[in-house]
Ligand binder design. Structure first.
Ligand code: GCU
Length: 625
């Protein structure tokens, strides 16, 4: 009998999973479809717990010091957690790049859930906002910047602030504070002052009064996020003032109410025009270290350029020693296939944390991938990136694998009784399926690097929209930092951007920019020489001949071909894995992901073919020399 039960186990497990094949359109996310699952739980407040929103789970009893902790604990219990857990970062914030007309900058999942032309109502109703809040809270996110960093001054007008109050009231029960991106030129643009000079008394008074107005409506308002003097946005430089002058003026206005200023270091093309773009943040900010108020936080992207599939970490994290810092990660896949490619981003963010210790950061911000689409994120697997961001903000020590497993189970295998691996289950097709989906997710970001930009190549995207390859991209009337040819510098002698302290001994090659010197040791030295630079960053830091010998024994040109092909091969395998998953996945989501994977594969081949053809036109030429 026992033997029979054991041999029948895989079947039982499969049946359980089939019973979970209810119709799904992705709108449920990873959440339970009804809250009755929490009934069996006992919730207890306990003042002796550490003073944060952590929780302790013991069987079906959740204990926390705060109501918020109990809320987090309920969802953690649902994930199967036991024991005690506390949030690592105090700021766990989504940045929505939503415009007030309802469009979303770099959004690939439909229009905004917050905004539409005019200030009345919400495009998806208040229930969408509440469901969004629940999803955020379930993974510990505790802040939301409601509008684009390229902010409209209109955001601070009374009519819009009243709407922000409504949103804040909807998010508050879920422990989510609202923040706003502000346009530095707002008082002037709105006609209230003649200037936006941060040292002007009238300007300062305007911001102070604005802060008062906001806090009267929203007593727990979080603060401002600011993009200043970057990509055409106004800022303190317009008046001969520094970033510190600008940030401190806003910080002083918010200080009486406990608000913070998140001042972005994503700046280029203003003061240090002409300098290597990846160096400009350090050039602008290093000298200001120690000059910021204590409620200013410098927010920097993980890499020094702009959310490429792989970048070395941004050295500003090394340089600012007396300034509170937070990292900005991009959840929306602007440069990773947008709404079409399956790219699980936790491995990329973990890579960043391996260079920049989480202990150096006060928080992390994630540029959201949420829109009005039925499935919220455009691609069903893009939900995993929203999920992973929240989980890493709570605990950056979690592995990419742990997070992916949690997400898969709650999203696709919801209703399964157990994920424990028993001897019988190990042989079951369901277990194999879990492993292959997991492996697909874990390999997907590296695959993207391979078929888009192996060996440290970067920014060879089509202009403006950043989808697809354009290695020959050059427009005389565009800033050179937007042109692909500026980044790869391919010619018949070689390829890559020399950012070392050495000059390249090749005809026509540019001198090294010395960007390696912005890094702390040992990276400063390691990155400076091609022989010690990790190959994944080789062409980011060095300009090398096509015949350069790689660790594999291949020439640089052969290695590029190998990696582009490897990337495409990976996507072919993802397509195969998904075909095999068909019996276990509900029809709608299976078909939608399948359609996306077909596009993904077509795009990966396009990247490979276009790039190899273009680079090959130089590399093959060099061979015949
Ligand atoms: C990128 C992105 C822009 C965005 C900018 C920023 O350049 O393409 O859309 O505004 O980053 O982060 O400010």
């Amino acid at each position: 009998m026992k033997r029979f039960l054991l041999s029948a186990l895989p079947l039982v497990i499969s049946l359980l999973s089939f019973s979970a094949l209810r119709a799904e359109d992705g709108s449920r996310l990873w959440l339970p479809s009804d809250t009755s699952v929490f009934k069996s739980l006992t919730l207890r407040l306990d003042n002796s717990m550490p003073a944060d929103d952590g929780y302790r789970i013991n069987g079906n009893v959740v204990t926390a010091r705060t109501q918020q902790g109990l809320l987090y604990g309920r969802y953690a219990w649902l994930r199967g957690e036991q024991g005690e857990s506390h949030p690592y970062f105090s700021l766990r914030i989504l940045n929505h790049w939503d415009n007030l007309d309802g469009s979303i900058e770099r959004g690939y999942a439909g229009p905004s859930i917050f905004w539409a032309e005019g200030v009345e109502g919400f495009p998806g109703g208040t229930s969408t906002i509440t469901r969004y809040a629940e999803a955020c809270a379930s993974i510990g996110i505790n802040g939301s910047v409601l509008n684009n960093v390229n902010a409209s001054p209109k955001m601070l007008t009374r009519a819009y602030l009243l709407k922000v109050k409504t949103i804040a009231d909807l998010l508050r029960p879920w422990g989510i504070k609202v923040y706003l991106s502000v346009n530095f030129g707002s008082p002037k643009a709105l006609g209230a002052t003649k200037t936006a000079d941060p040292l002007d008394r009238n300007v300062q008074r305007w911001w102070q009064r604005k802060a008062q107005e906001i806090y009267k409506l929203i007593p727990d308002f979080g603060g401002f996020l600011v993009k200043a003097n970057s990509e055409g946005q106004p800022g303190p430089f317009d008046y001969g003032r520094s970033h510190a002058d600008g940030a401190n003026m806003l910080a002083d206005a918010l200080k009486p109410f406990g608000g913070i200023v998140m001042w972005r270091s994503f700046v280029y093309g203003a003061k240090h025009k002409g300098e290597d773009r990846v160096m400009q943040a350090v050039s602008e900010f290093a000298g200001l270290d120690g000059q910021f108020r204590d409620n200013v936080i410098l927010q920097s992207k993980n890499g020094p350029l702009d959310f490429q599939p792989r970048e070395p970490y941004a050295p500003i994290f090394d340089q600012m020693k007396k300034t509170t810092q937070m990292a900005e990660l991009q959840i929306t896949q602007e440069y990773l296939g947008q709404g079409e490619h399956l790219a699980y981003l936790a491995p990329m963010w973990k890579e960043f944390f391996s260079f920049v210790a989480p202990s150096k950061l006060k928080g992390i911000a994630g540029v959201a991938n949420v829109g009005l689409d039925r499935n919220w994120c455009g691609h069903h697997f893009a939900q995993a990136n929203w999920y992973a961001f929240g989980r890493l903000a709570w605990n950056p020590a979690l592995s990419s694998e742990e997070i992916a497993k949690e997400w898969l189970k709650q999203t696709f295998f919801y209703g399964e009784k157990s994920s424990e691996k028993t001897a019988a289950e190990a042989n079951s097709s369901l277990f194999t399926l879990h492993s292959s989906l997991l492996s697909m997710m874990l390999r997907s970001r590296e695959a993207c690097v391979d078929y888009m930009m192996p060996l440290g190549l970067h920014h060879i995207f089509k202009f403006d929209h950043h989808m697809g390859p354009e290695p020959d991209g050059f427009k005389a009337d565009y800033p050179i930092e937007w042109c692909p040819v500026y980044y790869h510098k391919a010619d018949k002698w070689g390829i890559g951007f020399n950012r070392s302290t050495h000059n390249t001994e090749m005809p026509g090659a540019e001198n090294g920019t010395g960007a390696t010197q912005q890094y702390r040791e040992p990276y400063c030295k390691l990155y400076d020489s091609p022989s010690t630079c990790p190959e994944q960053y080789l062409l980011w830091f060095h300009h090398l001949p096509w015949t350069y010998r790689m660790l594999s024994g291949r020439t640089l040109w052969e290695e590029l071909q190998f990696r582009y092909n490897r990337g495409v091969g990976e996507v072919e395998d993802f397509v195969r894995i998904w075909q095999e998953a068909r019996p276990y996945i509900d029809a709608q989501r299976w078909q939608e992901v399948d359609a996306k994977l077909q596009t993904h594969l077509r795009d990966a081949r396009e990247w490979r073919d276009v790039c190899l053809k273009y680079f090959g036109s130089f590399a093959e030429d060099s061979k015949s020399k």
